[in-house]
Design a protein around this ligand. Sequence first.
Ligand code: AN0
Ligand code: CP
Length: 321
Amino acid sequence: MNYLSVNDIDDLGQWVQEGREIKKEPLKDIGLGKNKTIGLLFFNPSLRTRLSTQKAAQNLGMNCMVMNFNKEGWALEYEDGIIMDHGKSEHIKEAAKVISQFCDIIAIRAFASLEDKSKDQEEIVLNGFKKYATVPVVNMESSVGHPLQALADAITLAENTEKMGYKPKVVLSWAPHPKALPHAVANSFVQMMQKQNAEFVITHPKGYELDKEITGDSFIEYNQSKAFENADFIYTKNWSSFKEYGKVINKNPVWMIDAGKMAKTNNAKFMHCLPVRRNVVVHDDVLDSPNSLVIEQANNRTYSAQIVLKKILEDLEARSK
Ligand code: AN0
Ligand code: CP
């Protein structure tokens, strides 16, 4: 069993329920991961994913190894049949098989390059590990998706809609950012929302359409003010253009989330995966307001990771019998 995308969730409602039960009693399954090791491989920086996945593993009694490939690991080659006389020191074929001997689960963070669209779409790092590792693989944000974030966001939404007597309106709003950022968080949020019983609206400037294969029939409203009307949740994220791949084609500060915009909503809660740039993506007034859910979203990362690791460990246990 792997956890590579939101599509690997067979029953979102049931997984969210399980996450909320784990949150009440995080150490309940401390025996499940005894003498099992998870390897967390980072090709990019992280705060939340690194610590929450480690915390989840500890709550399950697992051992945890963390390796940063960026500066400390050998540069890996992914292409088949290549003559390795250039910069790369080791092929994914050996690396993945060797790591599989030390670890019972491998988790990988490998962002989009935002340079080569087709290579990013192919998910060469994640799929390289999937192909050559002999143990389950977990996605800690790949080129295309961040399914642990989306699962945590589903838990946060469930916690905050419980007392609502109606179908909530959830808006995914693009916001400006000085750097070109990946599409992964937005993609997985869209895929997760497509499994929810909610009114879902995406708003962004023209030219920022996400991959149509992912957005499908999800509704796009190019007028941000209109999108915000009656919203119960504003989920904000910047991403670079998908069409003009990896380009920043709009930095218009008018798209930043501020108190004036939030006032047009149905007293909406504010959500962001973090890290967030204050007063560029969102104004201090919103981030510091009681309606901001960002800290609880980060807290729920532990429980989303713990659901996934628990399911994988249970699957491994069932297979070993
Ligand atoms: C990353 C992104 O946008 O994908 C990680 C978010 C969880 N963010 C930045 O690089 C700032
Ligand atoms: N939200 C999230 O994945 O944060 P990190 O990049 O700090 O792990």
